[in-house]
Design a protein around this ligand. Structure first.
Ligand SMILES: *Cc1c(COP(=O)(O)O)cnc(C)c1O
Length: 240
């Protein structure tokens, strides 16, 4: 792969942010919503702080990281005064202690056991940790996330726990080769989100429906997403 200069990458990032925001706005309007109804998250895994800070200086106010260790290693170099950070990758129970209090939200809660640990560590830290419940909408064995059939039950249990607050749902749909199939998963998630919201459960907010990545964020917005998580389309291909 061709190595780009720092200046070239900066200008690509600036351009991509504007371009992605325009496409999100168009899709939001097409879905009958306000352009402010959809939030753009920049997914920053493997991206060096200098490029993340460039994005933050040019219109990004929410970043997402996958790994606890990677995020903690980069955090001190990031300009997060006016930017929130969420954990979006799978979280192991034994890493909860390190991440609670370090991010503004954990989007990848997929078990009662994990939620219980987040609750416990949040009590110790004297904070409330906002979370999303991750749903394995395609029922794929290889994927993390709560089974569709168990989402309500898990939400009920978590809602009883102190110092953890559910703010919505997150999903990564299966790889689809056509829009119709993709729409099926996204709309199933949206229906679930609306159904749970209508129940008005105590200590449960359904404000955020986190779905859509580089290849499918427009379809996600057309199907009701309120937060899209975009990495590659914003920063370029990841080099591991
Ligand atoms: C990597 C990642 C993304 C972003 O993926 P891109 O295809 O690069 O936009 C979004 N969500 C999660 C959970 C991820 O791990």
């Amino acid at each position: 792969m061709e190595r780009l200069s720092v200046e070239q990458r900066f200008s690509d990032i600036d351009y991509n942010i504007q371009y992605i925001k325009e496409r999100i706005n168009e899709a939001a309007i097409r879905s009958g919503r306000d352009e402010k109804a959809v939030k753009l998250m920049a997914v920053t895994k493997t991206v060096e702080p200098v490029f993340i800070n460039r994005a933050i200086e040019n219109g990004i106010d929410l970043i997402g990281e996958n790994k606890v260790q990677e995020f903690l290693g980069k955090k001190d170099f990031l300009k997060l005064e006016n930017c929130s950070a969420h954990l979006i990758g799978h979280l192991q129970t034994n890493k909860v202690k390190q991440i609670v209090g370090q991010v503004d939200m954990i989007q990848s809660v997929d078990s009662v056991k994990l939620a219980c640990e987040i609750s416990k560590r949040s009590i110790s830290a004297g904070i409330i940790t906002p979370c999303l419940v991750e749903v394995n909408i395609g029922g794929e064995e290889s994927k993390t996330g709560t089974d569709y059939s168990q989402v309500l039950e898990i939400i009920h249990e978590i809602s009883e726990m102190p110092n953890i607050c559910i703010e919505g749902l997150m999903t990564i749909p299966p790889i689809c080769d056509n829009n119709a199939e993709l729409d099926k998963y996204f709309s199933k998630m949206h229906s679930l989100f609306i159904d749970i919201k209508a129940k008005k459960l105590d200590n449960v907010n359904m404000n955020i429906l986190s779905m859509g990545m580089s290849s499918d964020y427009e379809r996600a917005v057309l199907n009701g997403s309120t937060l899209v998580r975009v990495g590659t389309a914003l920063f370029g291909h990841r080099i591991y």
